[in-house]
Design a protein around this ligand. Structure first.
Ligand code: ATP
Ligand code: MG
Length: 423
């Protein structure tokens, strides 16, 4: 493979002060150092990188000797975080793919070929080979302004192509999360996926089932909270990865046109909020994506004789539990999701005595937004959301004003006060 030293020049201030500092300090100490990955890709595309990663031939110990503010982190790899002002630069040592090197004990793989540790150091050439995509394997020397492109990343950026480095099947077996990364970048950048990179997904999508639930949730956040959830989800559905990511609870929606429509509207709204720099919460989007499953389950429980409120409550509990088998939803989000669902039958009731309490609930707005989506997609024509719109206009200061979690589930019940002893 030819080592193309292209003369692509970015300006020094295209890079953050921290990135420039880390690269020059490492070089002053005799090491090679480059800005690598997403930042170079985004600069080529004319964008503004959100963070900077640096790759170097210095070992983590040597990196730490160069910077007082350096801290080693990372489970799968040893990464060094260097703090510069308020910035954190992620510095990694060049590594190589070691699956062909059975004798090496620092790199291990599971029986399916999945990499469990990836800490074998190597050269820049080897480091480029073990990265995921050609467009992510570009190295930029901020002092000489040389761009090193060994794998045709620049051409792929120019042509808008997402291409796995090496044999896609093998790379997906090593790390199935790469399939999600392929779709995420394709959706976010609006790129097309190279044929072999795309076709291999069909044979390997089931491998996501082996990924630890916590890592899958981290990936979920990157896939759904980055402003491109709608196009990303479309690709996930197309490649049958949605169910492998979020579990069988996502199955319910696929059969029903209204459900898919509700999910799509929730994602489009969330993407718009991200574009407008308005706050978004994973809890709302998760509540909307899992609503079809929860609604179906609640209907089933109601048929078995539970009250509407109890049925919804139990359904929420069950769906969260089932979803968590695949993807670990942190408790602070799953509790909020359940509140959002619990509020649905309560909003519907419109009980005069409960109006103020419900308006004040910290998840009222999210619950109301879900109710709106339900009305828009299922043609529920009972005027419930107009009722609550009117209430919000009547008591604007109350909406979401209760910070604590004042809803029932026994949480409101206070512990019996200790009786004062008469000494
Ligand atoms: P973003 O803009 O989303 O941060 P990024 O390309 O910087 O995009 P990161 O997840 O920050 O993505 O990863 C940094 C770099 O590490 C990538 O550019 C890629 O070269 C490499 N990388 C990340 N995850 C993997 C993986 N699973 N397999 C191989 N290489 C990876
Ligand atoms: Mg990055």
């Amino acid at each position: 493979m030819s080592d193309t030293m292209a003369s692509q020049r970015f300006r020094t201030d295209d890079f953050s002060p921290g990135a420039n500092h880390v690269v020059s300090r490492l070089q002053e100490n005799g090491f090679d150092a480059y800005v690598v990955g997403g930042a170079v890709r985004d600069l080529l595309l004319g964008g503004k990188p959100k963070d900077f990663d640096v790759a170097t031939n210095a070992t983590p110990e040597q990196i730490q000797r160069c910077f007082r503010s350096a801290r080693a982190v990372g489970r799968r790899f040893q990464i060094v975080h260097v703090r510069y002002g308020r910035e954190i630069i992620e510095v990694t040592t060049f590594r190589r793919d070691h699956t062909d090197d059975q004798a090496d004990s620092a790199g291990r793989s599971s029986q399916s070929g999945r990499l469990l540790r990836d800490n074998v150091y190597g050269s820049l050439e080897e480091d480029a080979q073990r990265r995921d995509l050609t467009i992510n394997a570009l190295y930029y020397d901020t002092s000489t302004h040389n761009l090193i492109d060994q794998l045709g990343g620049q051409a792929d950026v120019a042509a808008g192509i997402i291409r796995i480095i090496g044999d896609p099947a093998e790379r997906y077996r090593e790390d199935p999360v790469r399939m999600l990364r392929v779709l995420r970048f394709a959706a976010r950048l609006g790129f097309t996926i190279a044929t072999a990179t795309e076709t291999a997904i069909a044979h390997h999508n089931h491998l996501l089932r082996d990924i630890p639930p916590a890592r899958l949730f981290d990936e979920w956040l990157k896939l759904f909270m980055n402003g491109f959830s709608a196009p990303t989800c479309q690709l996930l559905r197309k490649h049958d990865l949605l169910i492998h990511l979020m579990g069988d609870v996502m199955d319910t929606a696929q059969a029903n046109e209204h459900s898919t429509q509700l999910q799509n509207m929730a994602m489009t709204n969330t993407d718009q909020r991200v574009a407008d720099d308005r706050p978004v919460t994973p809890a709302f989007l998760l509540a909307a994506l899992l609503w079809p499953a929860t609604e179906t389950r609640a209907a089933l429980l109601a048929e078995q004789g539970e009250s509407a409120i109890q049925a919804m409550h139990q359904a929420g509990q069950q769906i969260v539990l089932e979803a968590s088998q695949q993807m670990a939803i942190p408790k602070r989000f799953s509790l909020a999701m359940r509140d959002i669902w619990d509020l649905q039958p309560r909003l519907e009731r419109r009980q005069p005595k409960k109006i103020k309490d419900l308006l004040a609930h910290r998840w009222f707005r999210a619950a109301f937004d879900l109710r709106l989506l339900r009305e828009q997609t299922s043609h529920l024509g009972d005027g419930c959301s107009s009722f609550w719109t009117a209430q919000q206009e009547k008591y604007p200061d109350l909406v979401g004003s209760a910070r604590g979690r004042q809803e029932d589930r026994g949480r409101r019940r206070q512990r019996p006060r200790r009786r004062q002893r008469n000494a």
